[in-house]
Design a protein around this ligand. Structure first.
Ligand SMILES: Nc1nc2c(ncn2[C@@H]2O[C@H](COP(=O)(O)OP(=O)(O)OP(=O)(O)O)[C@@H](O)[C@H]2O)c(=O)[nH]1
Length: 405
């Protein structure tokens, strides 16, 4: 298994990274802009409050009534986003001070207000256009904290939504890019492992991938044609390698191969088989008297006759020269093989007439070997059949000699 990242993972990571970066950047910029605007707004508010306090505190300053001033501050500022308030008299001495006590934001707001440079709200207390004091109001920064909390919550929500949308987008992209590539890989694997050339890549939505699929399919079609041609050539070659060129029968190596298989099978199944060895008699004479072509015609005719006498499961082969062999499998016993040998002798009684009108009298000597009684191995059975054939040939020669006398 490859350790490379999958296309799906790469696309998903890219989408998430892009969405995260875009949202974070936009969020941070919006927060900064929001803070600047909020600072202006809160400053304005503080300024208005300071002015209103200056107006209300005028009487207390004129009559030097600190208690009244304190009550007035408490009444006006309690519940507002103000941390501290200072009222100064005409000499710049603190006339009264007010503090909201424990901050609602635990001091975070004030730190935040200080960080973003929030100035205190300031207003001059005057009587008949003559300054009699001054009011200073310090924000507790609760507005900033509320804004920040809401902003961060919205930012988190946006990151979540864009993450979800990014995933969906990556899934869609994967369907458009990843699936065609996977199909391509699947077909390539099938061709490589199973040689299944009939598979094709389905059309893709993306033009470039579609073209790639088309080219790949065209290549596969070409490969398929070549593969088929090769297969045909191979089977033709195989057939050629297992056939005898003159008679079209099986050749010696194919006969031996089939005999070996039949022996294994017979061994396992307990069935019997027989090998018939056949050799043309006085064949050299046919060649010498009538020519090689006539000899060939005789060999072909003998082969045809032998083939017509056996079952489909049996095998007739030309071993070479004027020698033939037949594998009879399965057979009941030696008598069954003898029946076939007798039929062969009957079939040879009819003369062979060559294309030139030469009349030839075919004659074959046959030897039979039966598995398992005449041999367990192929060589032993062949030798036995050969020997039997040779004895039959000698007997026929003697018979002919007797007839001549
Ligand atoms: N026409 C033809 N003759 C072949 C072919 N192959 C081998 N021969 C000839 O077949 C003859 C085989 O002769 P032998 O088996 O030795 O002798 P025979 O005349 O059959 O004698 P016996 O078997 O003893 O009766 C040889 O003369 C070979 O040249 C072939 O493909 N075509």
């Amino acid at each position: 298994m490859s350790s490379n990242a999958s296309l799906h993972a790469v696309i998903r990571r890219a989408h998430l990274r892009m969405a995260g970066m875009a949202i974070s950047l936009a969020g941070v910029l919006l927060l900064l802009v929001g803070l600047v605007v909020l600072r202006l707004y809160l400053l304005n508010n503080l300024q208005l409050m300071a002015r209103s306090l200056a107006y209300t505190a005028e009487a207390s300053l004129v009559f030097n009534d600190r208690d009244e001033a304190g009550r007035m501050l408490e009444q006006l500022l309690r519940g507002e986003d103000v941390a501290r308030a200072l009222v100064f008299d005409a000499q710049g001495q603190v006339f009264v001070r007010w503090s909201s006590g424990k901050s609602a934001t635990g001091g975070v707001g004030e730190v935040l207000a200080a960080v973003i440079g929030m100035r205190p709200g300031e207003a001059v207390v005057s009587q008949d256009s003559k300054p009699v004091g001054r009011v200073l109001l310090y924000s507790d920064g609760a507005g900033f904290v509320r804004f920040l909390c809401a902003g961060l919550a919205v930012l988190a929500l946006c990151v979540g939504i864009s993450g979800y949308l990014g995933m969906r987008q990556s899934r869609r992209m994967l369907a458009d890019i990843g699936e065609p590539l996977e199909q391509l890989a699947r077909v390539a694997r099938a061709v490589r492992h199973d040689r299944s050339m009939d598979q094709r890549v389905p059309p893709a939505r993306i033009a470039e991938l579609h073209e790639l699929g088309d080219d790949f399919n065209a290549l596969l079609s070409e490969l398929q044609v070549r593969h088929e041609r090769l297969k045909q050539q191979n089977s033709a070659l195989e057939l050629q390698a297992s056939r005898d060129g003159l008679t079209g029968l099986a050749n010696r190596s194919h006969f031996e191969q089939r005999l070996q298989q039949a022996l294994v099978d017979a061994e396992e199944s307990g069935r019997k088989l027989a090998v018939l060895f056949l050799d043309n008699d006085r064949f050299k004479q046919v060649n010498d008297v009538h020519g090689h072509a006539a000899g060939d015609a005789l060999l072909r005719a003998v082969g045809d006759r032998l083939q017509s006498l056996v079952r489909e499961t049996d095998l007739v082969a030309r071993l070479g020269g004027d020698e033939f062999a037949i594998l009879l499998y399965p057979v009941g016993d030696a008598a069954d093989a003898q029946v076939v040998a007798n039929k062969i002798q009957d079939a040879m009684l009819e003369p062979v007439i060559t294309g030139n009108g030469v009349v030839l009298s075919p004659s074959v000597s046959a030897g039979i070997a039966v598995f398992p009684q005449h041999g367990q191995e192929m060589e032993a059975l062949m030798d036995y059949a050969d020997q039997a054939m040779y004895e039959a040939k000698l007997a026929r020669r003697a018979e002919r000699a007797e007839l001549k006398e």
